[in-house]
Unconditional design. Sequence first.
Length: 256
Amino acid sequence: MSEASTTGARVAIVTGAARGIGAATALRLAQDGFAVGVLDLDETAGKETVAAIEAAGGRALAVGADVSDPEQVEAAVGRIAAELGAPTVLVNNAGVTRDNLLFKMTESDWDTVMNVHLRGAFLMTRAVQKHMIEAKWGRIVNLSSTSALGNRGQVNYSAAKAGLQGFTKTLAIELGKFGVTANAVAPGFIQTEMTKATAERVGVSFEDFIAAAAKEIPVQRVGQPEDIAHLVSFFVSEGAGFVSGQVVYAAGGPKA
């Protein structure tokens, strides 16, 4: 019997959980009662998230893995299962950007983004789904983006984020009979280190960048990582068992 089954706590894995949306989601799931595997490329980077969870009375484990490497993924999921319990919630959040206009984009820019977002979500889901099927219960949430609708300078990122939506819908069809749901969250402008880096790249102060973005958003503010964490919390809840294969744009206003 796993430790999770003796304590009654379900186990969640959040990738890219060292900062930003991933860290906020890991904290929220811990508040919801999950033990959380905090997975990031650098294990040390995830320890800050773990410390915050433990300070609030939760259980968490920092694990380092490159989500695009099948051996590292299997090892990471195995370690989380052994130390926290069998994972039945997976949030595929790990992501990178390599923005450039098409004519300047290199094969490396394309491959890096595809490998982290799409290959990473595939490998993580394949590794975790067996635990969900055994438990006859599971929740998968994939992080897409409003960039899936198209965004100048992001042909790689837009393609990857659109791909995750098709991935999500097919998971919902294949895994539904096992009590597993799969949904996607597509954030709009969220105030994170990633958007800060974008502002720096285009040579605008982050404050001005945020102010300009907020003017274009119907709710007149940019999103915070916690806004996305709230939505993920719903998708992985017991009450969301009849919601599957959906893409929700969390962007402060309607998107297609």
